[in-house]
Each structure stands twice: as structure tokens, then as C-alpha cells.
Design a protein around this ligand. Structure first.
Ligand SMILES: Nc1ncnc2c1ncn2[C@@H]1O[C@H](COP(=O)(O)OP(=O)(O)OP(=O)(O)O)[C@@H](O)[C@H]1O
Ligand SMILES: [Mg+2]
Length: 243
């Protein structure tokens, strides 16, 4: 099941350099929120702050009613967050199957209530990514970019997370492979998990979500129902940083 993610007044950055200047958002349980914005606007920084790779200077992060603001990344993973970075997200020398098993073993400490056997979980996850089933015994490094991205997402889902966080899942993919990726994302949504993603392809990214958030220079400039944001006449101008 999905969890509610709430951010209040998040300020974060690197060293003394503040990148996020007070970000608020709420993602309801089972919802999907897509973050769009120009290069360098702080989208990846926001996701890293959510999953605990970067400590906020100020503000709070809640998953359901649990305040995780001070929790480190492993504790947030145990609380239900799974994160797929844009790059270096699979073990290239391991088979697809071993990547999935590692995703499972990553969270040994989970309660037995959320555990089924690893093989059952692999079967459940493969239903979401039919494209990788024929390649289970191959090294992940031998797959196409799109297939590798699917392995990365499938490995993250092995943890049975309540929130899946994806940094540009379609980056570098052909239009055809990006469309396949978003078909998998639509299937993931049907499982009831909450989804927070960054997407450069505004049309695809907003079509996959129910809320859209435009981040410019580390601030939330627009947050709207995704379909309304896609039609918003201010979007283009703000996206290009002209206002
Ligand atoms: N590890 C880091 N150390 C120092 N500064 C960083 C680091 N990572 C990112 N930054 C800076 O933070 C700012 C925001 O970067 P971020 O990667 O969050 O942007 P983004 O919106 O994800 O961009 P893109 O669309 O290009 O992926 C940029 O000015 C970047 O140079
Ligand atoms: Mg980025």
C-alpha cells in the first residue's frame, strides 16, 4: 500500500550553498507526483533530500505520520522508501535475477508481515516489467538502456516499498522505450504504491501523474493537478526561467 509523503519548508544544499529554498508538498497515499523544471533547478537535490542522501538544513519530511527528518537513508528505506537514481542504478556484472535478489536482501530487517518468499516477489515484480523476463540470466550490463532502467526499478520494488522515488526514468531512452517505461509506471501505479518522480519529458511525465510540480531555482513555482499544469499558460514561460 502507498504512504503519504509530506514536506514542510525544506531547505537543503551542498556545503554552504543552499539549493532548495523552502519546499512544501504533499503526495497522498497511492498518488503520483511528477517534478518538472529546468536543468539545475534542484529536482535531483529534492529527491536526494527526500530519501535521506542529503540532510535538510531546515524543514521536515514525514511518511504517513512518521517524522523521518533526522533519519538516515537506510532508516528511510526500512520505513518504506525506495529510490532509483538516474545513473549507476544496477550491478552491471550481476545477472538480472541476482540484481532482483539483491533488491530483496537489501531489507532483511522488514517484518514478516510484508514478506512473501523472494521467488513470489520476483514473479509479482516481473508482471510489471514483462520486457525483462526473457533476460533474467543475462548480465545486466548486456541489456539495453531501457531494459537496465527497468531492472533498476524492479530491484527497488523488490523491497515492497510504500513510496517509489524515480529520478528521470526515461533519460536517454528512445521515444519507443520511453513509452514502454511509462507503461510499466502505469502498472506500478495500479499496485497502490505512492510515486514521486522527476521527468524531463513534460508531456509524458505529467500524463503519468495526478499532481505536477514545477521547481524553478529551488522553489515551487506551480503545483497543480497534472492535467491542469500541462495546460497552464504560465508553464512554458516559467520553465524557460523568463519570469
Ligand atoms: N554533489 C553536489 N555538490 C555540489 N553541488 C551540487 C551537487 N549536486 C548538485 N549540485 C548543484 O545543485 C544545483 C541543483 O542540482 P540538481 O542536480 O538538483 O538539479 P536538477 O534540477 O536535478 O538538474 P538536471 O535537470 O540537470 O538533472 C546545481 O547548481 C548543481 O550544480
Ligand atoms: Mg537531476
Amino acid at each position: 500500500m502507498g504512504a503519504t509523503l509530506t514536506l514542510f519548508g525544506i531547505q537543503a544544499g551542498y556545503g554552504g550553498n543552499t539549493i532548495l529554498h523552502g519546499v512544501d508538498l504533499q503526495l497522498p497515499a497511492g498518488g503520483a507526483l511528477t517534478v518538472i523544471g529546468p536543468n539545475g533547478s534542484g529536482k535531483s537535490t529534492l529527491l536526494k533530500t527526500v530519501v535521506g542522501l542529503l540532510r535538510p538544513h531546515a524543514g521536515s519530511i514525514l511518511l504517513d505520520s512518521h517524522d523521518l527528518s533526522q533519519a538516515d537513508a537506510p532508516a528511510r528505506a526500512r520505513a518504506g522508501m525506495a529510490y532509483v537514481p538516474q545513473e549507476d542504478n544496477v550491478f552491471l556484472n550481476l545477472s538480472v535475477l541476482d540484481n532482483l535478489r539483491l533488491g530483496w536482501e537489501f531489507l532483511q530487517g522488514r517484518t514478516s508481515a510484508v514478506r512473501s518468499s523472494v521467488d513470489n516477489r520476483i514473479e509479482q515484480v516481473l508482471l510489471l516489467f514483462p520486457e525483462i523476463r526473457p533476460h533474467l540470466r543475462k548480465s545486466a550490463g548486456l541489456l539495453s538502456g531501457g531494459q537496465r532502467q527497468m531492472v533498476a526499478m524492479a530491484s527497488a520494488l523488490m523491497q515492497t516499498p510504500s513510496l517509489l522515488v524515480l529520478d528521470e526514468p526515461s533519460a536517454g531512452l528512445s521515444p519507443k522505450n520511453a513509452a514502454l517505461m511509462f507503461e510499466s509506471i502505469a502498472r506500478i501505479r495500479q499496485t497502490g504504491i505512492s510515486l514521486l518522480l522527476i521527468e524531463q519529458n513534460v508531456k509524458l511525465g505529467l500524463a503519468a501523474a495526478d499532481t505536477g510540480l514545477l521547481l524553478v531555482a529551488g522553489q515551487v513555482r506551480l503545483i497543480r493537478p497534472a492535467a491542469a499544469l500541462a495546460r497552464d499558460p504560465d508553464l512554458h514561460q516559467l520553465y524557460l526561467g523568463k519570469s
